[in-house]
Write a protein of this length. Structure first.
Length: 177
């Protein structure tokens, strides 16, 4: 019986040459959840994706790294180059609090423990850099994602409406480090 080889992953801080891969993983991650949202939210999904690409993801060094947070990529070898297959950012909110943002794993690499390892990288770095709490926001229909975060120690701490039209609510989770 043949043994299936697990992919090899490298976790490291974002570098400018990763931008195209970061964008691709972000779009792939967003598209994975598109159909889980109600039609009135799906109508605006492309705009939501574009806002992410044109917003903080277009300026990762100034949005995440310079203010005291960080942004990681997970890569795997492909044709003698590194292919970005996972991303996660930590936005410094001040007072020892960081917000986990833009967590996404390429659909071809889900179910390999990559998300768990990305969060572990983020938390390890956060502890070393004097963060005491990590918060995150998670969209309403993404119960499977919230279940994942709960298995690694995040607790539900609130829910809020972030858009009235279309109606969109998010859940907040948090973990003390």
């Amino acid at each position: 019986m043949a043994t299936v080889k697990q992919p090899e992953f490298i976790f490291r801080q974002y570098a400018p040459q990763d931008q195209e891969g970061v964008n691709a993983v972000f779009v792939d991650g967003c598209e994975f959840y598109r159909d889980s949202f109600p039609p009135h939210v799906q109508e605006h999904w492309t705009d939501f994706i574009q806002e992410g690409l044109d917003g903080d993801l277009s300026r990762i060094p100034s949005a995440y790294i310079a203010p005291g947070g960080n942004f990681w990529v997970a890569t795997t070898p492909e044709n003698s180059e590194e292919k970005v297959v996972g991303i996660v950012g930590l936005e410094n909110k001040g007072d020892g609090v960081g917000e986990l943002r833009r967590m996404a794993v390429s659909s071809a690499f889900r179910r390999h423990g990559l998300g768990r390892r990305l969060v572990n990288e983020l938390e390890t770095w956060a502890k070393t850099n004097s963060f005491t709490k990590i918060i995150l926001m998670n969209g309403g229909p993404k119960e499977d994602a919230r279940a994942f975060y709960r298995t690694i120690g995040y607790l539900d701490v609130g829910k809020k409406v972030v858009s009235v039209e279309p109606h969109v609510e998010v859940f907040q989770l948090a973990k003390q480090l």
